[in-house]
Ligand binder design. Structure first.
Ligand SMILES: C[S@@+](CC[C@H](N)C(=O)[O-])C[C@H]1O[C@@H](n2cnc3c(N)ncnc32)[C@H](O)[C@@H]1O
Length: 251
């Protein structure tokens, strides 16, 4: 079935598409302390929730990019409702093809570092798009413990795809940006992200009994639920990392 349709169904009940609950996102937005009117790019922007929150708090303008036609439609609908006057453009495209003609005050990629093949190339890509003195926000998993080989098979990833929290923090130095803030997830964040997928599919299934994709949707749900409950919940965590690009090169 169409992958983007599957993702839209699974995430139907959520506007934040990562394991950080709404109150902590509010705290995170407050903590960024942006200047009024800052320019922001969010690559893999999901439903545009982060950009809308930044606009509501700081009057930002900017660009949101996502490869899902469903989520870009959600972004446009949310903008019409919450920020009709805002200078925020939503682009349906592959994030790795985005070549901006400007540098931003804040660049962001939460939960989509695979766009560039991992956190290292994401740091490199975002650093080049960030003004000196600007911020980078990366939402990235990290290993809580060495992953069970069964988990790697179930999740379809490799041990080296992700790093420890310490490595993610220190890695910024290699790209000339300093990690200045971290906000990690807890069980409540994870459960508030994962369980609504189960709820959304259960409702969708009742509302669309004739959808020929239903068996595939349920197969996906059961596999991801088991992967999370059997291993993921105690193996992998998530963090919003803020890195700062200095005006003068780091010593
Ligand atoms: C885990 S979700 C996070 C969404 C959003 N950043 C948030 O935290 O709410 C990952 C997002 O990346 C998008 N995505 C996946 N591959 C992409 C690509 N190659 N280019 C742009 N966006 C992509 C997905 O459609 C999805 O919206």
């Amino acid at each position: 079935m169409d992958f983007w349709k599957l993702m839209a169904i699974v995430h139907a009940k959520q506007s934040i598409l990562n394991p950080m609950r709404a109150e902590k996102m509010t705290h995170f937005v407050d903590m960024l302390n942006l200047s009024e009117g800052s320019r922001v790019v969010d690559i893999g922007c999901g439903k545009g929730e982060f950009l809308n929150r930044l606009h509501e708090k700081y009057g930002i303008s900017g660009v949101g990019i996502d490869k899902s036609p469903y989520f870009i439609e959600d972004c446009k609908a949310a903008k019409t409702k919450r920020a009709p006057e805002a200078d925020i453009e939503y682009l349906l495209m592959d994030g790795k093809d985005y070549q901006p003609s400007e540098q931003f005050d804040l660049t962001c990629c939460m939960g989509a570092s695979w766009i560039w093949g991992g956190i290292r190339d994401t740091l490199e890509a975002l650093t080049s798009m960030t003004k000196p003195g600007g911020l980078l926000v990366l939402g990235e998993p990290y290993w809580l413990k060495e992953p069970d080989p069964e988990y790697l098979v179930m999740e379809g990833c490799k041990r080296e795809d992700f790093h420890s929290h310490r490595e993610n923090v220190l890695m910024g130095d290699e790209y000339g940006v300093t990690c200045v803030y971290t906000l990690v997830s807890d069980y409540m964040d994870w459960d508030e992200y994962e369980a609504p997928h189960w709820w959304a599919v259960s409702e969708y299934s009742d509302e669309h009994p004739d959808d020929p994709d239903l068996p595939e949707i349920w197969e996906y749900l059961r596999k991801s639920r088991e992967t999370y409950l059997k291993h993921g919940r105690d193996t992998m965590n998530w963090c919003l990392y803020v890195y700062r690009k200095p005006v003068h090169p780091m010593l």
